[in-house]
Design a binder for this molecule. Sequence first.
Ligand SMILES: [Zn+2]
Length: 340
Amino acid sequence: MDASPPDRYSRQERFAPFGAEGQRKLRSARAAIAGCGALGSFHAAALARAGIGGLRLIDRDYIEWNNLQRQWLYEERDAAEALPKAVAAARRLARINAEVAVEAETADLTAANVDDLLSGVDVILDGTDNFETRYLINDWCVDRGVPWIYGAAVGSYGIVMPVLPAETACLACLYPEPPSGAQPTCETAGVLNSITAAVAALQVSAAMQILSGHADCVPRRITTIDVWTGEIRQRRQPGPQPDCRACAERRFPYLDSGRRAPISLCGRNAVQIHERSRPLDLAALGERLAALGEVRSNEFALRFFIAPYEMTVFPDGRAIIKGTQDTGVARSLYARYIGA
Ligand SMILES: [Zn+2]
């Protein structure tokens, strides 16, 4: 690929507060995007188009047809092939801006791998869909002094908050405990694509400020938006709280790798089984399973259909089992078809 024409980024360089100097800094910066769904695929496309130096894409899931309504990077054939999101996103980004160094990590971000997956970047953008992972990111970032941008959207409503360790309140300052009880999710309450774009756009703006050397300009505000009622509210984001377990007491329970159950509900009618250091030979597994049910596989994942269940198995031993919310059923299917 030839180098880009010199005016490739001229429109954003011409924006005076950003300028050519901001562009130069952005070019040598790297961001991690945790979760490549609606928010993350917007982050990735926007930062690639803006000319960031490198992106690390982290996502545990594969593309389904119901993702296409709001997950900007993906196309029908990605859903038809059920490609892992990180892989499909990396392919698309290579066509959008070949100069960006993209690392695709098909993995579940956990305490066991958080160091490997988040180290070496200048900012982390939250594209996750659950509080467990957000607190993990928060703990890691406050511990290491790396900024991250919290963002969430469901229904027509969304929230954005930058976390600049030692300068602003962190997630644990404001919400010491995850919300209790069932929370609305995109599966149960639906989600409009415009709210995901609005939230992701504000997150990208804050990331661009940080990466271009203007972290001091990042609005110290908590912004909530409802695209259905048209309400946009902001409140001042306080500084680190003196009683925060993370900022003040330096306690980071989410970094404890013993904390996480090896099996969890995965949002929709599905259960995820996490295995560590259990690499699988997907080709051999596929040959074995072909006698028992329909198998579809590519180099990234294997899908096995055994009615009424559908199992997607990744090379690291992780599996997502659809068709049940019963962790016992999922574990027994895993043991029966993949191995205990
Ligand atoms: Zn805090």
